[in-house]
Design a protein around this ligand. Structure first.
Ligand code: N2P
Length: 377
């Protein structure tokens, strides 16, 4: 395929409005390094022929789909699922930019927006997905989310918030503030997610700042605050789930879904707690997306549709612990998280301004620099 590189269209007024205060898209686009993989509008818009066109090359977080659902898909369609995993959005996008070809990838909201702006995703025709009405017809938020107008290139997979997971048997009941991470009884046994936006966002919220601030003065305050957390820190890791279960962490910054998954995996789930801190808990959503250079977009469409069948959604919810916006699966999730009601992501949560947003190039660079300082300690 010879990519016909063309500049992105100017953002419409609607897109600009949706991008929010930080979204100066024109300038941030080239900063994202998507130029080499950008496709022409024609390639992006070409309708996908929904039929098996090869094995499914799948790229996602580890353990983020129930293995029995993969088995069912392979059996029904006579294809293999060829899996590889990433452990950060930056890692995922680096692979795409390097030209690696996947049929289905799972960006979070702001990364989906970047990929859409960079013309790196195929358009997904909802009328070709038999299950689309139970997603877009029932969950108004996802019919037209801020990160992808009309969900034209994405289908929502999960929703979650970020909070604190801890061992109740070791630390007792804890307060519902981000400051809990500084609890001296957790000295040397706290993990933060290995994620720039989550860590800077947590400190921003603890300080009463915007969750996605790119302001240098704000970022100085954030880095100083995070410096004071060092004595408590054992490390940065996005395996919040594993670290709590294996005892490496007594407390960890955690995604609500991973905590809910613990309910199904732990010998004694009652020893774990989860708080969505009162200063604000970042909200996010991961999506299905089909890269423009996917070799098997037809199989990818069939996979997305298969994943959206309510019986498969219910299996996935029970296995990974994340709610999925698909009608008929609400009860499965509600029952799962009954012991952890703070995991629940409501429509009001989605509308609160607690998503990580794309900043301007300068703001994103300032956040990179702050993150480098925080990691270096
Ligand atoms: C990995 C799930 C990560 C989802 N357990 C957060 N985007």
């Amino acid at each position: 395929m010879s990519p016909e590189v063309s500049p992105p269209p100017p953002p419409s007024r609607r897109t600009l409005l949706r991008a929010g205060a930080l979204g100066a898209l024109g300038t941030s686009l080239s900063a994202c390094g998507f130029m080499p993989a950008r496709m022409s509008a024609r390639q992006e818009e070409a309708p996908i022929d929904v039929k098996v066109d090869g094995d499914l090359v799948y790229f996602n977080w580890a353990d983020y789909v129930d293995p029995s659902v993969f088995k069912g898909f392979q059996k029904e369609y006579g294809v293999d699922v060829i899996q590889s995993n990433f452990d950060s959005m930056e890692g995922m996008v680096a692979k795409l930019n390097a030209g690696n070809r996947y049929d289905v990838v799972f960006p979070s909201a702001k990364w989906a927006q970047r990929l859409v702006r960079g013309r790196m995703l195929r358009r997904i025709d909802h009328s070709k997905l038999t299950q689309a009405p139970s997603v877009f017809g029932r969950h108004a938020y996802f019919a037209d989310p801020w990160y992808d107008r009309d969900s034209a290139h994405t289908v929502p997979f999960t929703a979650y918030k970020t909070g604190i997971g801890w061992r109740k048997d070791l630390l007792g009941d804890l307060g519902d503030s981000w400051k809990t991470l500084w609890n001296p009884r957790a000295k040397g046994k706290v993990f933060l997610l290995d994620d720039r936006d989550e860590v800077l966002g947590m400190a921003a919220l603890a300080l009463g700042l915007d969750v996605a601030t790119g302001d240098r003065q704000d970022l100085d305050r954030i880095t100083s605050l995070l410096g004071t957390l060092r004595p408590n820190l054992r490390g940065f890791a996005s395996d919040d789930y594993g670290n709590l279960l294996n005892g490496n962490a007594v407390m960890t910054q955690a995604w609500s879904g991973d905590i809910a998954a613990i309910l199904n995996q732990a010998k004694d789930p009652t020893i774990y707690g989860f708080h969505a801190p009162r200063e604000g808990a970042p909200i996010n959503s991961d999506c299905y997306a089909i890269p423009v250079n996917a070799r098997h977009p037809g199989t990818a469409m069939l996979f997305i549709d298969y994943m959206l069948r309510p019986e498969n959604v219910r299996k996935n919810i029970a296995y990974i612990g994340y709610p999925m916006p698909v009608a008929g699966t609400e009860k499965t999730y509600a029952e799962l998280v009954a012991p952890f009601p703070e995991c629940v992501v409501t429509e009001a949560d989605l509308k609160a301004d607690l998503f990580f947003r794309n900043g301007t190039r300068a703001q994103e660079n300032a956040r990179d620099t702050a993150w480098t300082h925080v990691k270096a300690g």
